[in-house]
Design a protein around this ligand. Structure first.
Ligand SMILES: *[C@@H]1O[C@H](CO)[C@@H](O)[C@H](O)[C@H]1NC(C)=O
Ligand SMILES: *[C@@H]1O[C@H](CO)[C@@H](O)[C@H](O)[C@H]1NC(C)=O
Ligand SMILES: *[C@@H]1O[C@H](CO)[C@@H](O)[C@H](O)[C@H]1NC(C)=O
Length: 331
């Protein structure tokens, strides 16, 4: 039998072995067709511009319309990511360290960055998230984690140099584990034959959150506008707090003194009005029309959150973090 002359009923007349071989041939054909379609129509995500490209306008629009109360973070992120993605020959990978207390938008911003570079966003095969307490829970096993992590980073960047790695809860990570990432962040042309220069590393941590909050509170007490706050008002204090805090992994790791982190990005504590904006955005995402009834409930939900300082109630303790689950409950 040849493939072209075959009629479907022949399949039943054949000896099992022959049928098997023929079926294999036919499936071989489909596999070939599939890969053909893949190459020409890009059905599956691959490490190519059709799937990985950056659109500055879109990121800017997202930061403006979806991230609330973070004018400093917004502008640093936009400049940093745009500059890096435009550069065809970066000298080192982009390393961003996002700092701030819970619910201020650090995870959310990482998601926005991923969505504006990878068509598949956080679902992309080239975006990797490591959470300290989840992926590296036992401090005693850090030696195992260390080699595993280095293997993963190397393996993934070999497959696609435009890979993104997000490290959540960086302050809970074993210092030696942080040290093991370090070689990948350096100005090496190639390390073990792999170039990391187009990769993106994002570190998230609460470290320095307290000092950011204190600065924001001082501003508020002085009657100055939040929007007047600039990076330089926070930068020194932030690096000091992160560096001198022996609780945080950064302390031991020499990421900072070797200047491997390109940008320290502070996230300010959120005020009542920002949490309302978060709630409204969430309602919009759920395609719920904010009718009067819902609006009244919403205001109550946001008012009932915990704020500090206790008497003045300026900043939301959990930022926008709990608002989503609270909305589920009340509306
Ligand atoms: C970039 O994003 C903007 C806003 O989403 C869109 O209008 C524009 O067409 C995009 N540009 C490219 C080149 O994809
Ligand atoms: C890529 O990273 C993931 C973890 O996000 C890991 O499971 C996988 O083995 C890595 N791939 C390679 C080729 O190392
Ligand atoms: C951390 O720093 C504090 C204050 O500087 C000090 O009292 C404490 O002993 C330090 N802890 C460790 C483990 O070094």
């Amino acid at each position: 039998y040849s493939l072209s002359s075959i009629k479907w009923w022949h399949l039943f007349e054949m000896k099992p072995r022959k049928r098997h071989v023929l079926l294999l041939q036919m499936f071989g054909m489909t596999a070939f067709l599939a890969s053909y379609l893949d190459v020409f129509y890009h059905f599956h995500e691959c490490c190519r511009p059709e799937w990985i490209s950056f659109n500055r306008t879109a990121l800017e629009a997202d930061l403006e319309s979806k991230l609330f109360g973070q004018h400093i973070a917004s502008s640093i992120i936009l400049k940093a990511v745009n500059g890096f993605m435009k550069n065809k020959y970066p000298k080192k990978p982009l390393v961003l360290s996002l700092h701030g207390s819970t619910g201020t938008g650090k995870n959310f911003v990482s998601k926005l960055i991923a969505e504006n570079i990878y068509k598949e966003g956080m679902e992309s095969r080239f975006v990797h998230v490591f959470t300290s307490t989840l992926h590296f829970p036992h401090p005693s096993q850090y030696l195992t984690y260390k080699s595993q992590l280095q293997q993963w980073i190397k393996g993934n960047v070999s497959k696609c140099e435009r890979s993104m790695f997000i490290f959540d809860e960086m302050d809970k990570m074993h210092p030696d584990l942080i040290d093991s990432i370090k070689p990948h962040l350096e100005y090496y042309d190639k390390l073990d034959g792999v170039s990391y220069r187009k990769a993106i590393f994002i570190f998230l941590s609460n470290a320095g959150g307290d000092s950011i909050t204190r600065t924001a509170l001082n501003f508020w007490e002085d009657g100055r506008k939040r929007e007047e706050m600039e990076l330089k008002d926070l930068e020194t204090m932030l690096t000091l707090a992160v560096f001198n805090n022996n609780q945080s992994g950064f302390f031991h790791a020499s990421l900072i003194d070797k200047n491997l982190v390109d940008f320290f990005v502070p996230f300010l504590p959120l005020e009542y009005s920002h949490v309302v904006q978060c709630a409204l955005a969430e309602m919009k995402a759920r395609r719920r029309k904010p009718d009067w009834d819902v609006a009244v409930k919403l205001v109550k939900v946001v008012k009932d959150l915990v704020y500090f300082p206790k008497t003045e109630r300026v900043f939301s303790v959990k930022g926008c973090k709990t608002i989503v689950s609270k909305l589920d409950y009340y509306t």
